[in-house]
Design a protein around this ligand. Structure first.
Ligand code: 5GP
Ligand code: ZN
Length: 113
């Protein structure tokens, strides 16, 4: 599988894993856009949010829940943070493996686009 995140999951690309369980893994973004920038991904290779269905609801909920847990551990749960899912080409998605961006510890822009 020629997917950079699947390679990270397989241990083929070394990196610091911040959290993992049977379904989800979290690790720092290689090119952080904020002092805290963590990626939360499913182990299952799902290309994008657009490829999910109702059957993935529990997994999607778990991804958000892990992001919230990571925010608490990073000490930004109270100061605030942003969760971003880029979906598809016009959504700015570059890596075709579903991921959540957890961004925090700086004043994030008021605008979303
Ligand atoms: P997207 O634009 O697809 O939503 O975000 C992809 C993110 O993955 C980018 O923020 C980029 O910096 C990050 N990224 C790309 N390749 C790697 C990698 O090999 N390791 C890590 N840790 N992050 C990566
Ligand atoms: Zn993948």
């Amino acid at each position: 599988m020629d997917c950079v995140f699947c390679k990270i999951l397989a241990g083929e690309i070394p990196g610091k894993i911040l959290y993992q369980d049977e379904e989800v893994v979290a690790f720092p973004d290689i090119n952080p856009q904020a002092p805290i920038h963590i990626l939360i991904i499913p182990r299952k290779h799902i290309p994008s949010l657009a490829d999910t269905t109702e059957a993935d609801s529990a997994l999607l909920g778990h991804l958000v829940s892990v992001a919230n847990q990571m925010a608490k551990e990073a000490g930004i749960a109270q100061s605030g943070y942003r969760l971003v899912i880029n979906c598809g080409q016009e959504g700015g998605q570059v890596v075709p493996h579903l991921h959540l961006h957890l961004l925090g510890r700086k004043s994030l822009s008021d605008t979303l686009g």
